[in-house]
Design a protein around this ligand. Structure first.
Ligand code: AMP
Length: 121
């Protein structure tokens, strides 16, 4: 499927990008890919990932990743609009064990389709 910069053969989301593990695609462009979470925590639960292996938001650098980060942030509302999330939605990006990050490839959760919890933690 996609060319993956800094491909990590041990990374689940790199394998999804390569098409080695199936996923339900929602959106794709030259820099990022979006697919449905396999264990949704809201009626709409989408993951948006860069086509580059970056372990988490902690690894983003202004010098190297500014354009990619800005691009993904601009794509998120387009996906939310395409999904019809007119009542609002939430972006989550877990970083590290305290946040419960389970896949070490930068990803943004888009959650919506219902009134979301007032608590974020
Ligand atoms: P996090 O816990 O923030 O690292 O998020 C990882 C997310 O990946 C979880 O919400 C999982 O349900 C989701 N996930 C794990 N494996 C798959 C898969 N094969 N396809 C789609 N989503 C997955």
């Amino acid at each position: 499927m996609a060319d993956v910069k800094n491909f990590d053969s041990d990374c689940l989301f790199c394998k999804i990008l390569k098409g080695d593990i199936p996923s339900t695609k929602v959106y794709e462009d030259e820099l990022c890919y979006a697919f449905r979470d396999i264990a949704p925590q809201a009626p709409t639960h989408i993951l948006v990932i860069p086509k580059e292996h970056i372990a988490s938001a902690a690894e983003l650098s202004a010098a190297e990743n500014a354009a990619l980060a800005a691009h993904i942030l601009a794509v998120l509302p387009r996906i939310a609009a395409a999904e019809g999330l007119t009542g609002g939605w939430r972006i989550v990006s877990n970083v590290g064990p305290d946040a419960g990050q389970t896949v070490p490839h930068l990803h943004f959760h888009i959650l919506g389709g219902q009134r979301l919890s007032d608590r974020m933690a």
